[in-house]
Write a protein that binds this ligand. Structure first.
Ligand SMILES: Nc1ncnc2c1ncn2[C@@H]1O[C@H](COP(=O)(O)OP(=O)(O)OP(=O)(O)O)[C@@H](O)[C@H]1O
Ligand SMILES: [Mg+2]
Length: 366
């Protein structure tokens, strides 16, 4: 073959190859989800632009780094990472990872094995499922809320009738016997206790009526807490727990749904009780954070605390450390959804063996 022709042929071959390379790279970069090729020891061999954006570093510096360090901001591989199982079984696997430390975003990672030539490497494709998970949570929340509402409403309703009977007959007997009768004071005691029960039942009925009522208005966190105090006190007495109220009397209102907020605090307080089975101290504190213009409430207990490794799981639906039948693991996820719906935040600080504080904060109403 004529050398010039040979050169031309080679040039055209090089051009085809570089066009192909360019096409593949562009395809890789056009994908808006992070995609990476990662080896057995978690080293990134290749990454697309979206991966670099998610890791917030230049795509060239990403290569050679460990995926769990640069993307997830962790010092050890992500919990449930499907990389090793994909290599072992040579079949695709997926897993929803814990939120990344840097961005707080949650991802579903799909791992695909390579064919025999690139053994020891997998393709990882990450899909941001933060919003999806949030919606899922909200759905679970509303379902559980409806169920609790129906249950509480049903029980309260059933108790209301016999309670009405007790009250009516006690009052009748009081009138018939008169003050001079030796049983008068005992009957008076029965009447008062029945009235107290009636108020609690009314509170419960009130609480269960929230189901279809999502309306928000100006509410005071003090009032929300005060309204559930009778329920709290009752439980406290039964389980030798001291309750301390530290309500800021000058607390401003927030824009919220009274009953839903009650639900949040009931969940937090119930958890606090369950963490202090041998007795303890429950502190309910409200205050304004003037710097951020927010209204806050701290629910603190002196219970057994939450182990560090559980702290980022406790808001997950169905995460529970309680025995079957004692907890469904929905309380905090419901509360989280409600607080989010109020543009609020819910934070937790805990020390094992010392106690836990949940801080709920909402924008102050202007
Ligand atoms: N104040 C607390 N002290 C210690 N652990 C807590 C506290 N609050 C929550 N937890 C932990 O968080 C987990 C999840 O709480 P969550 O309220 O969502 O579910 P649950 O209480 O287990 O069940 P449910 O509320 O549905 O009855 C609990 O099982 C417990 O391990
Ligand atoms: Mg709970």
């Amino acid at each position: 073959m004529d050398p010039t022709e040979k050169i031309r042929e080679l040039e055209s071959l090089v051009e085809t190859i570089s066009r192909g390379k360019y096409m593949w790279e562009s395809t890789f970069d056009a994908i808006t989800d992070p995609v990476m090729i990662v080896s057995r020891d978690y080293t990134i061999k290749r990454a697309n632009l979206a991966a670099a954006n998610a890791a917030k570093i230049d795509v060239r510096t990403l290569v050679g780094k460990r995926c769990f360090e640069s993307l997830a901001g962790r010092s050890v591989p992500c919990r449930g990472c499907p990389l090793q199982v994909t290599l072992e079984e040579r079949s695709a696997h997926s897993f929803t990872l814990d939120p990344f430390a840097k961005s707080g975003r949650q991802h579903l990672v799909n791992a695909y094995p390579f064919s025999a030539q690139a053994e020891g490497e997998v393709v990882l494709h990450y899909r941001d499922v933060t919003e999806e998970k949030e919606l899922e949570r909200q759905l679970v929340h509303s379902e559980k809320m409806a169920a609790i509402g129906m249950l509480a409403g049903g029980v309260a309703h059933e108790i209301n009738n016999p309670l009405g009977g007790i009250l009516a007959f006690a009052q009748l007997a009081l009138r018939e016997l008169g003050k001079a009768h030796p049983s008068f004071n005992d009957l008076k005691e029965i009447e008062e206790s029945a009235l107290r029960c009636k108020r609690i039942v009314e509170d419960l009925l009130d609480f269960s009526r929230q189901r279809r009522d999502d309306l928000k208005a100006a509410v005071s966190l003090n009032e929300v807490l005060q309204k559930i105090m009778p329920l709290i006190q009752m439980q406290a007495k039964a389980s030798s727990i001291e309750v301390i109220e530290a309500f800021d009397p000058a607390l401003g209102p927030i824009c919220g749904n009274f009953h839903k907020l009650q639900q949040v605090f009931l969940n937090l307080i119930t958890n606090a009780y369950q963490a202090m089975l041998g007795g303890g101290r429950l502190t309910l504190k409200t205050y304004a954070d003037l710097k951020s213009d927010r209204v806050c409430a701290d629910i603190s207990d002196t219970g057994n605390g939450i182990p560090q490794e559980y702290l980022n799981k406790i808001f997950d639906p169905y995460f529970t450390t309680k025995k079957q039948g004692e907890g469904t693991g929905l309380g905090l996820s419901i509360s989280y959804g409600i607080v989010q719906d109020h543009s609020g935040t819910i934070e937790v600080k805990s020390r094992q063996g010392k106690g836990t504080t949940f801080t709920v904060s909402f924008p102050a109403m202007t």
